[in-house]
Design a protein around this ligand. Structure first.
Ligand code: NDP
Length: 322
């Protein structure tokens, strides 16, 4: 089969389109023909070596495609499925854990199916788990026009929260307002204080910060006393270790570094979050914007675009025609 291989970690140029032996599923997995693979920021962390994997490896976690072979004979060949946690998804075939699959209706748009679970369930656990947003709450979301950012903004505003976002351009500002943000800011120095002033000095109930290094300290400025900062990513780089006393200084705030893995680990949790996302998309309550799609061979360009902040919403790789 064809796949994107990483032999050495590094920049986007290490993503090489090549021949690779097809994988063999265990009893707990099914083999799938990948139609479209989702591209997520976490894929860049593996490519750069921030998260490690045994080399050579095929990156990617998410996608949609049709089941080729189920060793237990439970899932029929040809069934259309989506997944968010099958390492090696930038490939024509991948093995997916049977517990991590969702069935997808045949008429579901393929590019949406490929990119809805990882970012959608992240938005879900942040808004329904890490901090259960409700009527009258305020939240601040960094990278409001990004993949997670757009979905989280929509979920937060549909839960009745007032949403503040940070973005880097006029185009992104428009997108963020269209998703339901009420106040959209830029990353100017002191934006944390600016946001706080807009809340009458009180501060924001919960800050969802997926940008990390360049925004973290402003996020601490923006949050209210006893509020929560959910540092859920590091698009600008990882945050340096901090003195816990800093949390006291900002008014006994709660700091968490949550992961989708931990927030889907309990019995039934993956299915509950996945179903909530799929249902919201089918009902038209959640709009997923796939802003760019690339052939699998051009995975390096997809990573360049994602890391140069030129993308909005989700982006995908077209692997094989459906
Ligand atoms: P995005 O589509 O949000 O892309 C990243 C965005 O971050 C950019 O578009 C850009 O938006 C912003 N950004 C700010 N500074 C930088 C910088 N220096 N370099 C690059 N981008 C920058 O990506 P995703 O939706 O895939 O992921 C968003 C975040 O969520 C990531 O940090 C990711 O790791 C995290 N995540 C965490 C999960 C978890 O389980 N904890 C699960 C899924 C995602 P702008 O130009 O507006 O600033």
């Amino acid at each position: 089969m064809h796949a994107i291989q990483i032999a050495e970690t590094g920049g986007p140029e290490v993503l090489r389109y090549t021949e690779f032996p097809a994988p063999t599923p265990t009893e707990e997995e099914v083999l799938v023909d990948v139609t479209v693979a989702g591209v997520n920021y976490i894929d860049t962390y593996y490519r750069e070596g921030i998260y490690s994997a045994e080399k050579p490896f095929i990156p990617g976690f998410e996608g949609t495609g049709r089941v080729v072979y189920d060793p237990q004979g439970q899932i029929a060949e040809g069934t259309l499925v989506a997944w968010h946690h099958a390492f090696g998804s930038y490939a024509e075939q991948v093995c997916v854990s049977r517990n991590g699959l969702v069935a997808v209706p045949d008429d579901f748009p393929t590019e949406i199916a490929a990119s809805m679970l990882l970012q959608g369930m992240t938005a879900h656990f942040l808004s329904h788990g890490v901090y259960e947003l409700g009527e009258g709450d305020t939240c601040l979301i960094t990278a409001g026009a990004g993949g997670v950012g757009q979905l989280l903004t929509q979920m937060a505003s549909s839960l009745g929260a007032t949403v503040y976002t940070i973005v880097s351009s006029d185009e992104k500002e428009k997108i963020s307002y269209a998703c339901g943000a009420e106040h959209v800011f830029r990353y100017r120095e002191g934006w944390g204080e600016q946001v706080r002033r807009l809340t009458g000095g009180r501060g924001i109930d919960v800050v969802y910060d997926g940008v990390g290094q360049s925004t973290f300290f402003e996020s601490l400025e923006a949050v209210r006393a006893r509020g929560t900062v959910a540092l859920f990513g590091a698009a600008s780089g990882p945050v340096e270790p901090i003195d816990p006393q800093l949390l006291n200084k900002h008014g006994s705030i709660f700091l968490t570094r949550p992961s989708l893995g931990a927030w889907t680990a309990q019995e039934g949790e993956f299915k509950m979050r996945a179903q909530a996302v799929v249902q919201a998309i089918m009902d038209g309550d959640l709009k997923l914007n796939v802003s760019a799609s690339y052939p699998l061979e051009e995975a390096a360009q997809a990573h360049r675009d994602l890391q140069s902040r030129s993308t909005t919403g989700s982006i995908v790789l077209r692997v094989t025609p459906d």
